[in-house]
Write a protein that binds this ligand. Structure first.
Ligand code: DHB
Ligand code: FE
Length: 280
């Protein structure tokens, strides 16, 4: 049986990807950010997953206003790093897991969640920066990755509760797949940030810390938080945090926190990062 062994959350700041690609991780501005991921890379090397189910958002790269899937599952064998305007990042191609992705698609769709099945898609910083943070700069990514894209770019995004319930359905799907696979689920993006408008630059550290506390301790209640509260408290791009609830829904009600990190600022954003394990 496949099983979900751990959940990871991390911000996906594009400037962090550029710092890695340009070998600037030890520069004074960036060193404190990357220090927070030292434990994570060592832990990942000691606990390598077979597959990462990577919940992220596309930033008008693969999708545009022409086509806006709320939830899209990548069922291809390969996904190329996208050109976001400066050429593709110098990172390895992403190898998918088509059999598991199709199994999850059929299980989750038959559990009343509408997913868009994607057979060709380039992946942007939302997916590649978390991989770089957790795995460094290998010549090939050490595991398969199922990209799962959530619309948080164009209103209306899905509610926190829908994301949380979807996480539960993803867990049931993974646990009904016959092959023995160690699967991690990652929820990426966040934390508080706003990139445009009069409140550009907004960061709310008190909200972010409380969000992490509640994600760990009372996810059911956190899932009830209305979208307008994300907007008001965490800024317009803070809505990326609903993706963390998909990760949390796929874990057990009680979890063990293996690692927790928070740093402000990095680029326009607060960096938040968790590694959680099922309690049982
Ligand atoms: C930044 C953060 C993001 O999540 C993003 O998608 C783009 C930019 C930033 O902090 O600059
Ligand atoms: Fe983003």
């Amino acid at each position: 049986m496949a099983r979900i062994t751990a959940g990871v959350t991390t911000s996906h700041i594009p400037a962090v990807g550029a710092a890695i690609d340009q070998y600037k991780t030890q520069a004074p501005y960036w060193a404190p950010v990357f220090k927070g991921y030292e434990f994570s890379r060592a832990w990942m090397a000691a606990n390598p997953p077979d597959v990462v189910f990577l919940v992220y958002n596309d930033h008008a790269t693969a999708f545009s206003l022409d086509l806006i899937p709320t939830f899209a599952i990548g069922c291809a064998d390969h996904f190329a790093p996208a050109d976001e305007g400066w050429g593709p990042r110098p990172v390895p191609p992403v190898e998918g897991h088509a059999d598991l992705a199709w199994h999850i698609a059929q299980s989750v769709i038959q559990s009343d969640f509408d997913l868009t099945i994607v057979n060709r898609m380039d992946v942007d910083h939302g997916l590649t920066v978390p991989l770089s943070l957790m795995f460094g700069q290998p010549s090939a990514w050490p595991c398969r990755v199922i990209p799962f894209a959530v619309n948080v770019v164009q209103y209306p995004p899905p509610s926190g509760n829908r994301c949380y319930q979807l996480g539960k359905a993803i867990r049931r799907a993974v646990e009904s797949f016959d092959e023995d696979l160690n699967v991690q689920i990652w929820g990426t993006g966040g934390m508080s940030h706003q990139l445009q408008g009069p409140r550009a630059g907004l960061i709310n550290a008190a909200f972010d810390q409380r969000f992490m506390d509640r994600l760990i301790e009372e996810p059911e209640a956190l899932a009830q938080m209305p979208l307008v509260d994300y907007m008001r408290e965490a800024g317009s791009e803070g809505i990326e945090l609903v993706m963390w609830l998909i990760m949390r829904g796929a874990l057990t009600p009680q979890v063990k926190t293996l690692h927790r990190f928070y740093h402000v600022p990095a680029s326009n954003t607060a960096v938040g990062h968790l590694i959680l394990e099922n309690a049982t």
